[in-house]
Write a protein that binds this ligand. Structure first.
Ligand code: GUN
Ligand code: ZN
Length: 445
């Protein structure tokens, strides 16, 4: 079925290049009074309204967003949907937080009805935050993956997700085995990978909860297709790193544990990577592997400060995306996440400018996930996944913006003061799936 042509009108921002690689001002595209024309879920034209309005079909009135900024939808490179309901759990560092809250909560996902309920809530929260693509951990239960992809298919969102693999150091109810994890993952790959806009990620939770046999099985899974993803956690917390050293004494580093099983390559995304050595960054650069920077989580769990500017050093850049890491993270909003990313960089003695920040949340995330040929930009040929930011979202934002001198100032105010309230609407594959102003804000395409 071909869908009707759609169009949006309003000020827009997007990127033409990587602002960690060259001066920021060269990378931002700011189009005042832009027109975005969409056919069959794809952007077919992006330009000034005055210059491109002749391309609109006779009688089609664009949806006009005033006092707004249209952006590519946000990309969340690391998040756990089953942890949504334990967000903001008090008082623990990573390993205690896992056993006290997370492993208890994740056991509920044996029930497919519970998984479907949370998946439904989670997708709505993402869309309300302007996020249109995420790389998502499910639980060890295959039914948690079915529930997630079923919900994502209803929204037609481009999502990456996978079944957690754990065969040790967790409650028995959350364990699989190397063989069972392999078989269940393979079955899920067959049923979901490449179905519509869904992608599969092989998901060993982290080295402490997988035996070497299971990590090897994960490596074997990756060879069954050439475009599968891999997600896991790396160098998040000092006690965790020490534990990995004890569990894998023969490996030269935490990253080497993964490399030894063939898990470090293109489409591999490592969450956190707070405590890395120069050699680790070199390996990630050479392998084309990506890191997910999760500042709200790293601050909340007291894990440490991610060295962003070391990671993206142009002499051997590592791909970096921005992750919320809910429920270790404290917000599903990429604006709030950028707010904390700025502060983490500041504590490292560096300044994350607003252009670099919004790049991380959009095209940078898409590059980290090797999806930058489809999402992350407003440009002809790209998927029409968009979010519309409201410059009058709160009285304070509206008041503050009156003294903004330029678009960079305005973007910085949005990331510092903005959150889900700053999202007026979200479009997925050319459909407006969320509009705060409608009586029923959410609508499946
Ligand atoms: N390391 C292993 N599992 C997890 C998790 O669920 N959240 C975080 N933040 N770190 C982890
Ligand atoms: Zn995580």
């Amino acid at each position: 079925v071909t869908r009707p042509i759609q169009a949006l009108r309003g000020d827009a921002v997007t990127f033409r290049a990587d602002p960690f690689d060259r001066p920021s001002a060269e990378c931002l595209v700011y189009q005042e009074d832009a027109l975005v024309i969409i056919e069959d879920g794809r952007i077919t034209s992006f330009g000034g309204h005055a210059e491109t309005r002749h391309l609109l079909p006779e009688g089609l009135e664009p949806v006009h967003y005033t006092d707004c900024l249209i952006s590519a939808g946000f990309v969340d490179a690391h998040v756990h949907y089953p942890q949504m309901q334990v967000i903001g759990s008090y008082g623990a560092e990573l390993l205690d937080w896992l056993t006290t809250y997370t492993f208890v909560e994740e056991q509920k996902f044996a029930d497919p009805a519970h998984a479907a309920m949370v998946a439904g809530r989670f997708l709505r929260e993402l869309l309300r935050a302007g996020t249109t693509t995420a790389m998502v951990y499910c639980t060890v239960h295959p039914q948690s993956v079915d529930a997630f992809f079923a919900e994502s298919s209803l929204w037609n969102t481009r999502m990456i997700a996978g079944k957690v693999l754990m065969d040790r150091n967790a409650p028995a109810a959350l364990l699989d085995t190397a063989q069972r994890g392999y078989d269940e993952s393979l079955d899920l790959i067959d049923r979901w990978h490449g179905k519509g806009r869904q992608h599969y990620a092989v998901t060993p939770r982290f080295a402490p909860t997988s035996t070497e046999a299971q990590l090897d099985a994960a490596g074997a899974l990756l060879t069954t297709r050439d475009d599968l993803f891999l997600q896991t956690h790396l160098c998040e917390n000092l006690k965790e790193i020490e534990w990995v050293r004890e569990l894998f004494p023969a490996r030269s580093s935490y990253l080497d544990v993964y490399a030894h099983s063939g898990l470090v390559g293109r489409r591999s995304v490592f969450g956190h990577a707070v405590h890395m050595h120069e050699g680790d960054f070199c390996i990630c650069h050479q392998a084309g592997a990506a890191l997910a920077h999760c500042p709200t989580s790293n601050l909340f769990l007291g894990s440490g400060l991610f060295p962003l500017f070391e990671a993206v050093d142009p002499t051997r850049p590592v791909r970096v995306g921005l992750g919320t890491d809910v429920g270790g993270g404290t917000s599903l909003s990429q604006l709030q996440t950028l707010n904390e990313a700025y502060k983490v960089a500041a504590l490292k003695g560096r300044k994350l400018d607003a252009i670099q920040a919004f790049y991380l949340a959009t095209l940078g995330g898409a590059r980290a996930l090797y999806l930058d040929d489809r999402i992350g930009r407003i440009a002809a040929g790209f998927d029409a996944d968009l979010c519309v930011l409201d410059l009058k979202a709160t009285p304070l934002i509206d008041f503050r913006r009156q003294v903004c001198r330029d678009i960079t100032d305005l973007l910085f105010v949005l990331m510092t003061l903005g959150d889900d309230r700053a999202v007026r609407a979200t479009w997925v594959a050319g459909e407006c799936v969320y509009d705060r102003e409608r009586p029923e804000p959410f609508r499946y395409p």
